[in-house]
Design a protein around this ligand. Structure first.
Ligand code: HEM
Length: 410
């Protein structure tokens, strides 16, 4: 069994702890600072690149075999990808915190090289398997959007260092965040859920038509949103992209209910149940934002709204879903690696023995509660609430990820 997913997953988990520790040290004060400061860049990328993207890449390497029933195009390329991406991300983070433009440009180049190796490896694997459906198409699109996020990031890094294209920097900035958040994370999570949820619910014979609807609507939201930023268009175009995203999120949630209806297992695992609640909350929040911005779409660009909405999406849905799935992915990986060959022999633990479900449930419930409080604090611009809820969220997150990490000691 390949060790490649472990490398990414463990590095991602270490980055998550580092992010929470730094956040705690400032009592979440970095969230209250202006966007686009060295402190903001550092914390944002420790979260989205070193934690969420790193872990997601590990999950892709693990699940691509399950999805395609065939092996990765090149495992060796996967290790080169790991080396380039982790070194590049470390350099980029160092450049961000120091405000050192040379390190930003150098780190961005190396991190992008890692991302392109990943994209090439996944593209070759998918093309070789030639099995096209909503799951593989979502994975392919998500990886393409990650590459575009990296390219726009490098373009901004080079502009910061050498001033190549100052006129379009602002447009690139919006497109960069939209492509990374909605494109890369959004399509990866939705696509992989079509495989993971039926697996854990033991669901069969559910309709799959909505998967294609979500795929089309979600891609339309990514493209329209990116164009809205790149063309510096009226805020109505961004509102339209949000409308498409809200429609996609609603269709996605209806599909999750269709899967649940055809289940043969009552309890898919509490982590999976929490991921479904998070998706429902995400759809509700997207619709609420759409209605809030209807009288005046310029409200979508208000810094306070960007921060609260951005954090709801990245912290409340993307990262929370990863935490939920980690409670399934990590025990599965570790059990297969360590005990797979002894399965059924006396004394061999069951997969369910590796992680206590009740603790997962308590951990995720508390993290969800404090995430909501933190979002309320950001929306109300109430610093005391942000500091209190943010610090509790960080402490609970460290406790939860330690629980997951302890699986490796079983
Ligand atoms: C190789 C990969 C990446 C590189 C080189 C990169 C580079 C950059 C740079 C240079 C900026 C600063 C732009 C400015 O303020 O003028 C930035 C901002 C930002 N990027 Fe990335 N980025 C990468 C990946 C990602 C990903 C995957 C996401 C996921 C959503 C992301 C989200 C953000 C966010 C939220 C900001 C704004 C941070 C703030 O202003 O506080 N980036 N990125």
């Amino acid at each position: 069994m390949s060790r490649l997913p472990f490398l990414f997953i463990i590095t991602g988990m270490i980055s998550f702890v580092l992010f929470q520790a730094f956040s705690l040290a400032s009592l979440s004060g970095w969230l209250g600072e202006a966007l686009r400061s060295p402190n903001g860049w550092f914390h944002a990328h420790l979260f989205v690149l070193a934690w969420a993207t790193m872990l997601a890449m590990g999950a892709v390497y693990q699940l691509i075999n399950v999805i395609l029933q065939s092996s990765l195009y090149s495992e060796r390329l996967g290790y080169v990808h790991y080396a380039a991406f982790s070194a590049g991300t470390a350099g980029l983070l160092y450049g961000f915190i120091r405000g050192d433009l040379g390190w930003i440009a150098g780190g961005a180049t190396l991190a992008l090289a890692g991302i392109l190796l990943f994209a090439g490896n996944i593209a070759a694997t998918l093309l070789r398997a030639g099995k096209w459906d909503a799951i593989t198409l979502s994975a392919a699109c998500s990886v393409l959007y990650l590459a575009l996020t990296g390219i726009s990031g490098l373009a901004m890094g080079l502009n910061l260092a050498f001033g190549f294209w100052p006129a379009i920097h602002g447009q690139l900035f919006g497109a960069h965040i939209w492509l990374g958040a909605v494109g890369w994370f959004g399509l990866l999570i939705t696509g992989f859920s079509y495989k993971m949820l039926p697996m854990f619910y033991l669901a069969h014979d559910y309709p799959t038509g909505l998967q294609s609807v979500v795929l089309v609507l979600w891609n339309a939201a990514v493209v329209v949103g990116t164009l809205a930023f790149l063309a510096d268009a009226s805020a109505w175009l961004l509102w339209t992209a949000l409308l498409l995203l809200a429609a996609a999120a609603t269709a996605y949630n209806i599909h999750l209910l269709q899967i649940k209806k055809k289940r043969h297992k009552r309890n898919p695992g509490l982590g999976i149940q929490w991921s479904v609640y998070a998706s429902q909350a995400f759809a509700c929040l997207t619709v609420a934002l759409l209605i809030y911005a209807l009288p005046n779409p310029d409200r979508l660009l208000d810094e306070r709204i960007v921060l609260a909405a951005g954090w709801s999406y990245l912290g409340g849905w993307v990262s929370f879903t990863i935490l939920c799935y980690a409670s399934k992915i990590v025990p599965f990986l570790w059990w297969t690696y360590k005990y797979g060959k002894q399965a059924g022999k006396p004394g061999t633990p069951m997969m369910a023995d590796l992680l206590n479900e009740r603790n997962v449930h308590i951990g995720l419930a508390l993290i969800a509660a404090f995430t909501l409080l933190l979002i309320a604090g950001l929306a109300a611009d109430w610093q005391t609430l942000v500091a209190a809820a943010g610090s509790a969220w960080s402490l609970l997150s460290i406790a939860y990820i330690s629980l997951i990490a302890l699986v490796f000691a079983r």
